[in-house]
Structures are given as C-alpha cells and as structure tokens.
Ligand binder design. Structure first.
Ligand code: E4P
Length: 219
C-alpha cells in the first residue's frame, strides 16, 4: 500500500520524505493557493524532494481543449507528475485522449461507484474517492471505497484506488482495511497516526526498569 501526503507544503514533505514512507504527494489548487508562491516553482520543488515519488498536479483550465493542452504542459514539468482531472463528463474525451497518448491520469472528485466505473473504463490510472466530503453530507465515504475496491477486483480493471479527503486516523485505518491501494493523508493526520500513548508509556517503563540494574556498559 502506498502513502501520499495531501499537501503542497515543501517543509512538511521534506520533514517526512526521509522516512522512506512517503510514496507521493497530491497537490490541488487549494493546497497550492495556501502556499502563496509561484505554483510551477512549488511543484518543481516538490518533485525535487521526492524524485521517485508520484506527484499529482491538477488542471485549472475549464474548456476541454484548454484542459488537454494544460494537462500536457503540466506533465512536461517533471517525469513523475500525474495529471489530476476532475471526474466531470466535459472531460471524458480529454481523459481518453490523454490515456491513449500514454499520460498518467488521476481522476479526482469521485463521489460515486458509477463515476468510478466510467473512469476505469476510460483507462485512468488512479481514481480518487473523497471520503471526508461524502461524510460531510451524511453519506458513507468508506462505503464508497469498499464498493470501488469490489468493482475494480470483480471486473479486473487496471486502476489504482486512491483514497482521498482523509480527515483522521480512523479514516486512514478504515481505508487500509477497505483495501485502498493508496491513501493520501494530510501531514497532521499522518503524524498523529504514527504515535500511540502506549508506545511512549512502554518505552518510559522499559528504561525505568533497565536503570534499576545499574549497569554501566551494555552490551
Ligand atoms: C486529494 O487528492 C485532495 O487533494 C484531497 O484529499 C482533498 O481533501 P479535502 O476534502 O480535505 O479538501
């Protein structure tokens, strides 16, 4: 299973890149806007931090012909960039064309099983169901991940299930159990998910007990 960081913040990506746990990054227009810097420079900096990572960068054009041209330009920025395109019917033919031309496409803003099926049929490489945003409208985001997993396996589609809009550790644990291929997580959720109070407590207890031996050199 791959773990992506859901951010465009280079400090946060740098902080965790060295662990070897981060397989990629999902940026989006909101993340890049929050950084307030030149987006191309920011994207190149992210690619530089994770040269073998998978970096999603979203189109911001709206007309299909412009989306196509922009997608190609985004992909040319760096070898490890995946083009992120919203799951909207206006872009179906663009997605198909890009896939046929060999570009890697991550379909974002997926909110239903049927949307996911259609994107798999178009040959997209990644689909990103948004869990938290479904939960926000009282629908079950995790259930969608389970349905998509079943659909991909049942019909043997060659597409990676990228669980997105993850809000907390419970979401992360649920998408692991649901069989997502990838989870993209905000840095704070990633960080919180690594710790457990019993790990800290256990470490302190072991050291306290060890000191009772009064041994100066070991081993
Ligand atoms: C995924 O690629 C998106 O960037 C992200 O998961 C959106 O999450 P949000 O609903 O918390 O904004």
């Amino acid at each position: 299973m791959k773990i992506f960081l859901d951010t465009a913040n280079t400090e946060l990506i740098q902080k965790w890149a060295h662990t070897g746990l981060i397989d990629g990054v999902t940026t989006n227009p909101t993340h890049l806007s929050k950084e307030g810097k030149d987006p191309v420079e920011q994207i190149l900096a992210i690619c530089d931090i994770l040269p073998s990572g998978i970096i999603s960068v979203e189109i911001v054009e709206t007309k299909p012909e412009n989306v196509y041209l922009q997608a190609r330009k985004i992909a040319s920025l760096c070898d490890n960039i995946v083009i992120k395109i919203p799951c909207h019917e206006d872009y179906y033919s663009v997605i198909k064309q890009l896939v046929n031309e060999g570009f890697l496409v991550n379909i974002t803003l997926v909110f239903s099983l049927v949307q996911g099926l259609m994107m798999a049929k178009l040959g997209a490489h990644y689909i990103s169901p948004f869990i938290g945003r479904l939960d926000d409208i009282d629908q079950d985001g995790i259930e969608l991940v389970k349905q998509l997993r079943h659909m991909i396996d049942w019909y043997d589609f060659d597409i990676e299930l990228l669980a997105a809009s993850i809000r907390d550790t419970a979401h992360l644990e649920q998408v692991i159990m649901a069989g997502a291929d990838i989870a993209t997580v905000p840095a704070a959720v990633f960080e919180n998910s690594l710790t457990h109070p019993l790990t800290d407590k256990g470490m302190a207890q072991f050291l306290t007990d060890w000191k009772k031996l009064n041994i100066l050199h070991f081993p």
